[in-house]
Design a protein around this ligand. Structure first.
Ligand code: PEP
Ligand code: MN
Length: 342
């Protein structure tokens, strides 16, 4: 259910409607828009009695939202959400006309490795650095990440290069610690339906990057995001990272068609990860170009200065020179689709 307020409704009127909703034992989610505020209602098992709310001052109408996802839906918020990510060098905007690049190694390995990569990606104009301190690995015998020591390295990268940090929380136990160090919390593909983790991320005040599960449908993907918003955190960006298909020439099949499909249904920004989406270094640049052309709000790219020695995902990591070229080309494609790079 959605309560649409008049464009001139006052803050007190919005607050009064929210209080009324809460007094019915439901949860109110005020969503300010450029023209008017809408208030999403969750927690209702069946239909809400419209009369009570429609008669309150400042209310235009109450609309039932038929989609299973509500807060992430364009029915609830027509205009694109623009995320404002705090970094030491000011906010980075992602969504709307703003395209954001996130680059860095798959895993934080050593301070020297992170500093070397950070220096190069920052010089190429990138403002957000990625790197896993906790790694979800298929094999228990593979490198699992440095844990808190890795987060401390990321904090140094942040300070030295002024980059915002995106790093993954793989479980409830590590989420709070990750949130202390990260500017954006990443929830990985394998955890897309870890509902307790999604709810915890929803209670955090940090923006969240939610990756699509490798076999998740679009509805499942959006419902996973809905878990985060329903807990009160509206700072969510999605990330397409490839799905499992019968195709045998790449690690995953990058589903670029999901980008316009998400845009049609949701106001949330969506990034594309061409590294996990293909698994091969030579495919990263072509798929990055395509992602921006198809309407993605940004890219998440694995970059390593010595990919042959990388402890994880070296095969799909591009080198800094390639990232520079990627940035340049993507910047030009962004202009063609009337957008611009951070
Ligand atoms: C990653 O970004 O390094 C990662 C593990 O991604 P995904 O969850 O998409 O596999
Ligand atoms: Mn990786």
């Amino acid at each position: 259910m959605l309560v649409v307020m008049q464009s001139h409704a006052t803050e007190e009127q919005v607050r009064a409607v929210c209080e009324r909703i809460e007094s019915l034992g439901l949860k109110a989610h005020p969503i300010p828009g450029t023209a008017r505020t809408a208030i999403g209602i969750t927690g209702n098992q069946g239909a809400v009695d419209l009369g009570v709310l429609e008669s309150l001052p400042g209310v235009i109408e109450c609309i039932p939202v038929s989609k299973p996802y509500k807060l992430v839906s364009r029915d609830t918020k027509e205009e694109d959400t623009v995320l404002r990510i705090a970094t030491p060098k000011g906010e980075v905007l992602i969504g709307g006309e703003h395209i954001g690049l996130v680059a860095g190694p798959c895993a934080v390995e050593t301070e020297g490795q992170c500093m070397a990569i950070a220096e190069r990606v920052a010089r190429a104009g990138c403002r957000l650095f990625r790197g896993g301190a906790y790694k979800p690995r298929t094999s228990p015998y593979s490198f699992q990440g440095l844990g808190e020591a890795g987060l401390k390295i990321l904090a140094k990268v942040r300070e030295k290069h002024g980059l915002g940090i995106i790093t993954e929380a793989i479980d409830n136990e590590s989420l709070d610690l990750v949130a202390e160090y990260a500017d954006v919390i990443q929830i990985g593909a394998r955890n897309m339906q870890n509902f307790s983790l999604l709810k915890r991320a929803g209670r955090s005040r940090k923006p969240v990057l939610l990756k699509r599960g490798m076999s998740a449908t679009l509805d499942e993907f959006l419902m996973a995001a809905e878990y985060i918003l329903s807990e009160g955190n509206y700072q969510v960006m999605l990330c397409e990272r490839g799905v499992r298909t019968f195709s045998d020439f790449s690690r995953n099949t990058l589903d670029l068609a999901v980008v316009p499909a998400v845009k049609k249904r949701s106001h949330l920004p969506i990034l594309v990860d061409p590294s996990h989406g293909t698994g091969k270094r030579h495919k990263v640049l072509p798929l990055s170009r395509a992602a921006i052309a198809v309407g993605a709000d940004g890219l998440l790219v694995e970059v390593h200065h010595e990919p042959d020695k990388a402890l994880s995902d070296g095969m799909q990591s591009i080198v800094p020179e390639e990232f520079e070229l990627l940035t340049e080309e993507v910047r030009q494609i962004a202009t063609v689709v009337r957008r611009h790079l951070n």
